[in-house]
Design a protein around this ligand. Structure first.
Ligand code: SF4
Ligand code: SF4
Length: 393
């Protein structure tokens, strides 16, 4: 792909490949950095998804996977706090998805993103029985987590969430812990905490911010995290830190599996509790009603959202980068940064990420360290570092 021309033509139109389903619009805790409640329009939605909406959604899912002959169609149950929907609804929904899978041959892997506070034995049994994987929001140790993730009474939620995380990893449940980076604290605090909990699969995500804000620098934090990741995985692979593995994948192959890293279109469709369909969920960071569309699953098939102007604008913005990014040597790996981080009131998404300098430094550091660790095997069984022939050339 050219770094100086339009990038549109390089990306084929493909059917919606995964669904984010908002089964609850309220939350049982009160995180200070929550983007969801920045958009007050969420209060106009039903608190929970009704059985009518659930029924219609399942029909639309089946119709979609059959129409496009999909072999898999991941579904992420989300909120607010999705567990407020209740364990019986989770069982019913997952059971119906299993039935769709057996009728169509399309895998429908279900994941849930939860704050973990409500997890008990009943939920563990449900996740295990229905093969639902769990992303639990846990910002590392208590002194970091409890800064932002508090109850409505102002007390920390760490003890409850750590307990839930330990219960999850003790069972046959796919678990990832999702932390938000707080660059005021050393990455070692997070790495030590997750190791002590037995959590080997986690992410430390870049804090959400738009170009109109001035978030603190994150480059030094992620450089330290990368060093720790390298140390932990030097001889055998023991720890997956998603943002690190995604950035490496993006540098090596331009094919990072998660959005936010790499140059590729955002193809996500969000279904709300009332069946309305929305553009990328996290764009709420831009303010009231920013994601709402006029589409809903009663009147429209899932894939019709591709024709909706607001959804299309976000999708197009995700691949149509600003002039600075198009000239950047990390354009393919970075992709201009996470879409919400590119937003400004003045010029929409036509900006490099608010974290541009940090991202550039992070990719530069990773590239240099990776080069010093990459070897080419020689026919005589020896090996040569890729830098050596390059230096002698
Ligand atoms: S748990 Fe999630 S939805 Fe609830 S307040 Fe925290 S960030 Fe927001
Ligand atoms: S490092 Fe900066 S200029 Fe380069 S692609 Fe990322 S956001 Fe754009």
């Amino acid at each position: 792909m050219s770094a100086d021309g339009s990038d549109f033509a390089a990306f084929q139109d493909l059917p919606i490949a995964q669904l984010l389903v908002k089964v609850a619009t309220r939350c049982n805790i009160d995180c200070s950095y929550c983007y969801w409640f920045r958009d007050t329009s969420v209060y106009s939605k039903p608190k929970l998804m009704s059985s009518d909406v659930q029924h219609q959604l399942l029909q639309r899912i089946e119709e979609h996977v059959v129409r496009y002959s999909l072999v898999d169609f991941p579904i992420i149950l989300h909120g607010g706090e999705p567990l407020l929907w209740g364990v019986e609804n989770f069982h019913r929904f997952a059971e119906a998805c299993e039935a769709i899978s057996s009728r169509t041959g399309c895998e429908l892997p279900i994941a849930v993103t939860t704050n973990g506070v409500l997890i008990d034995e009943g939920w563990l049994a449900c996740f295990e029985a229905r093969n639902i994987s769990v992303a639990i929001s846990l910002d590392g140790p208590a002194h970091i987590h409890d800064i932002h993730r508090r109850t409505f009474q102002g007390t920390g939620t760490h003890a409850a969430v750590e307990r839930a995380a330990r219960m999850l990893v003790s069972r046959k449940i796919g678990v990832i812990a999702l932390a938000v980076c707080n660059p005021a604290h050393a990455p070692q605090h997070y790495v030590d905490f997750f190791a002590a909990c037995g959590i080997s699969n986690y992410d430390i995500m870049i804090p959400d911010a738009t170009v109109d804000e001035k978030p603190p620098s994150i480059a030094a934090f992620y450089k330290g995290l990368f060093d720790l990741w390298l140390e932990a995985n030097r001889t055998t692979s023991t720890t997956n830190i998603r943002i690190i593995s995604d950035m490496i994948t993006a540098l090596l192959s331009n094919n990072s599996p998660t959005e936010g890293v790499g140059h590729k279109p955002v193809e996500l469709c969000t279904v709300m509790t009332d069946g309305t369909v929305e553009a990328h969920d996290v764009l709420r960071i831009a303010g009231d009603g920013f994601t709402s569309t006029t589409f809903n699953i009663f009147d429209h098939a899932i894939d019709e959202v591709r024709n909706e102007p607001r959804w299309k604008a976000a999708r197009d913005a995700s691949i149509n980068l600003c002039a600075k990014c198009r000239q950047c040597k990390f354009m393919d790996a970075c992709g201009g940064g996470y879409l919400p981080h590119r937003f400004s009131k003045k010029s929409g998404y036509d900006n490099p990420s608010v974290y541009c300098d940090d991202l550039y430094a992070m990719f530069e550091n990773m590239q240099s360290v990776l080069e010093s660790h990459l070897y080419v095997s020689k026919p005589d069984g020896g090996r040569v570092n890729v830098r050596d022939p390059l230096a002698g050339a």
